[in-house]
Design a protein around this ligand. Structure first.
Ligand code: ZN
Length: 303
């Protein structure tokens, strides 16, 4: 009886679905959860996608366990954020996977930063400072406008690797981008009262988000990306926040809470846990819900 029911359900779903060409799902591995979420939206049931790093972990630092090498070994496509985010660990992981299809330079290797314009890039006069953003700021997917560009790139790549499913990917890309367009309008409208509002973040990962919604950054707790603050750095930041009346302090799940809390206490700023990618905060299950979470987290400061 149960089998019959399942079979009927299956047949009904096949009959209701638009005619499609079925092929083996593409195995996609991304470094970060935001990229995986966009792949899932565009690829739907025609891809199996897995991020190497959960959203609640710092993508700058990652040790490649052997399970990850196994995951990479069977991948058809590897996607990284680029702009140096994964440069400390991804190249050796890919090499150790011995998967010829995803090596840099092959069509199974994709660097998503190719379609965006990085900010905070070093100029000729900038000396190397030993920070973890040596090529510019890699946290570009915090701006939903960049999410749209990356969706184009991913749709193109999936189509190249699985041309029989081109129509399905195209339909999903259009749907994703039109939903994103609608939400961008809504978020921009909601965030308008916060225009020009200054904030401080633990790490420099909200630059693109701030630019999109015209917030005013007053710097970071880390004196340089990835460099822990000294007592003097904390002191200087605290007095800067006090004299400028900065009341918003954005942190990540992996930020040092003791330092953040002592600064918040001294400045009466509100600590806001943000989600740099899906999985970094409750209910951030996909790309849109992650941006929505961050917008709503900021809006709470208005109350
Ligand atoms: Zn960073």
């Amino acid at each position: 009886m149960r089998t019959q029911k399942l079979l009927l359900g299956f047949l009904a779903s096949v009959m209701l679905a638009a005619p499609r060409v079925f092929a083996k799902p593409l195995q996609v591995v991304t470094t970060t959860s935001d990229l995986a979420a966009i792949v899932a939206d565009i690829g739907g049931s025609d891809v199996r996608v897995e991020p190497l790093i959960p959203g609640n972990q710092n993508a700058h630092f990652f040790d490649g366990a052997s399970t990850h090498i196994k995951t990479l070994a069977s991948a058809d496509l590897f996607i990284q954020t680029g702009v140096g985010l994964e440069s400390g660990w991804a190249p050796s992981l890919i090499q150790r996977s011995r998967n010829k299809s995803i090596q840099p330079g092959t069509k199974g290797f994709l660097d998503a930063s190719g379609v965006i314009t990085p900010v905070d890039t070093p100029t000729d006069s900038t000396q190397p400072s030993g920070d973890i953003h040596p090529n510019g700021n890699p946290h570009y997917l915090t701006d939903p406008g960049n999410g749209k560009l990356v969706a184009d790139l991913i749709a193109k790549k999936l189509t190249e690797l699985a041309p029989l499913n081109a129509g399905f990917f195209e339909k999903n890309r259009k749907s994703f981008q039109s939903r994103l367009d609608m939400r961008i309008q809504e978020w921009t409208h909601k965030m308008a009262p916060l225009k020009g509002t200054a904030f401080v973040s633990y790490h420099k990962n909200w630059t693109y988000f701030a630019k999109r919604f015209e917030l005013g950054s007053m710097g970071e707790i880390e004196p340089k990306p990835g460099i822990p603050p000294s007592a003097a750095d904390v002191q200087a930041l605290t007095s800067r926040m006090k004299s400028n009346g900065v009341k918003i302090l954005l942190i990540d799940p992996w930020s040092d809470k003791t330092t953040a809390e002592s600064i918040a206490k001294a400045t009466r700023a509100k600590i806001i846990p943000m989600a740099v990618g899906p999985g970094a905060a409750p209910k951030t299950t996909d790309y849109l819900s992650t941006i929505d979470y961050n917008v709503n987290a900021l809006l709470k400061t208005l109350k």
